[in-house]
Design a protein around this ligand. Structure first.
Ligand SMILES: Nc1ncnc2c1ncn2[C@@H]1O[C@H](COP(=O)(O)OP(=O)(O)OP(=O)(O)O)[C@@H](O)[C@H]1O
Ligand SMILES: [Mg+2]
Length: 349
């Protein structure tokens, strides 16, 4: 506003410009820091990854500018993933910004998609990955590339080779965090003078040819899948990670909370999307039963499955159970969990 009131020859104009630039940089940095630290805020949806790439194309073009040629080649297929659209777009934008910076004289920036099956050979050969089918996005630039020392550090927060004020070193650590949260992998190949290739792997949602439900097989057992959004609450990170992978493979959209308070917060924000809460009973601070009381206050008809490693009788004393809630003892048995979910969600067989 001040600038518009200044005459064009006002000597203070330059200083105003500086202030604006500084404010813009602060905005960007703050935004990056927020994305970097607020990891629990994924909003998962099921969508075709190719569509998302097509949608961000015009933004990518704007980021890389006119001197860099953008090539997008998508394998025509239905690449369904359960992911946070905004976050995936951000990963692509961060990669594009980096590509722009390493090709000041122009070059080629390309994005392509494909499907791969990660099997034991793949994992052994690459030293990363987990079994399953993935959509792989290859992001390639013809820029200056990087040496081995840089390559090893690029995903570190605040690692940057750019001058102060140009780079914060958060772009790739944000990308890394986002892909990890999606149970995916991001990997880089680069040599000095040879350009750079990023490979992003995101778990592909599997569709059975004969039914709309997903099925996975575990030790020769076929486990029935389902649809819907499940809020998983457990203070044990390994349990959350396992349930997320397992339920995502079954076709569910999974939200995670690490304790009762987080569960309440997420439920309050997304109660219309959440079909069922799968919650540990014994947790520090606000436990599962207290969280359930609050969650039921927000939505009386909510469906809840409690999980517990403690003896049934002790837990049952807390009178947690009504028609719409159930308890499963830990360790959770995959088939039992999958069947109970379908039952409570009333998915017909
Ligand atoms: N496509 C690329 N080619 C060569 N080097 C790269 C490429 N992408 C990233 N790097 C290297 O990795 C470093 C870290 O990248 P990152 O995106 O995390 O941070 P930044 O670009 O320096 O800063 P910010 O993204 O926060 O503005 C970069 O400074 C650069 O040295
Ligand atoms: Mg960057």
């Amino acid at each position: 506003m001040i600038q518009t009131e200044m005459s064009s020859d006002n000597p203070q104009r330059d200083k105003m410009g500086q202030i604006l630039k500084a404010a813009e940089r602060a905005t960007n940095l703050t935004r990056s820091l927020l994305t970097f630290s607020r990891k629990q805020e994924l909003k998962l949806e099921q969508f075709d990854l190719n569509d998302t790439i097509k949608n961000v194309e015009i933004f990518l073009r704007r980021v890389i500018g006119e001197d860099i040629k953008l090539i997008i080649s998508l394998k025509e297929d239905n690449f369904r993933v359960a992911a946070d659209k905004g976050h995936i777009e951000q990963v692509l934008m961060n990669l594009a910004a980096n590509a722009r910076d390493v090709m000041p004289e122009g070059g080629i920036f390309s994005i392509s998609t494909d499907v791969i099956e990660m099997d034991e050979t793949f994992i052994k050969m690459h030293g990363y990955g987990a079994l399953g089918r993935y959509v792989v996005i290859s992001v390639v630039d013809t820029g200056v590339g990087m040496d081995e020392t840089t390559r090893q550090r690029i995903f570190e927060p605040f690692f940057t080779t750019k001058e102060t004020g140009r780079g914060t070193g958060l772009g790739l650590s944000i990308a890394y965090g986002i892909i990890q949260q999606h149970n995916g992998h991001i990997h880089v190949y680069s040599e000095l003078g040879q350009g750079t290739t990023f490979k992003i792997y995101l778990p592909l949602m599997q569709r059975d040819a004969h039914s709309s439900d997903v099925k996975i097989s575990l030790q020769n057992q076929v486990i029935p899948g389902g649809r819907g959004t499940i809020l998983v609450v457990d203070d044990e990170a390994s349990v959350n990670d396992y349930l997320k992978k397992f339920l995502t493979d079954l076709g569910y959209v999974v939200l995670l909370a690490r304790d009762g308070q987080e569960a309440i917060d997420i439920f309050r924000a997304q109660k219309d999307e959440i079909d069922l809460v799968l919650m540990d009973v014994v947790m520090p601070n606000i436990n599962g039963s207290e969280a359930a009381t609050e969650i039921k206050r927000l939505s009386p008809k909510v469906k809840i499955i409690f999980t517990s490693g403690y003896p049934y009788d002790l837990i049952n004393e807390q009178k947690l159970f009504t028609e719409s809630s159930r308890i499963l003892m830990k360790p959770l048995i995959p088939t039992e969990l999958a069947v109970t979910l379908r039952e409570i969600l009333a998915i017909p067989n």
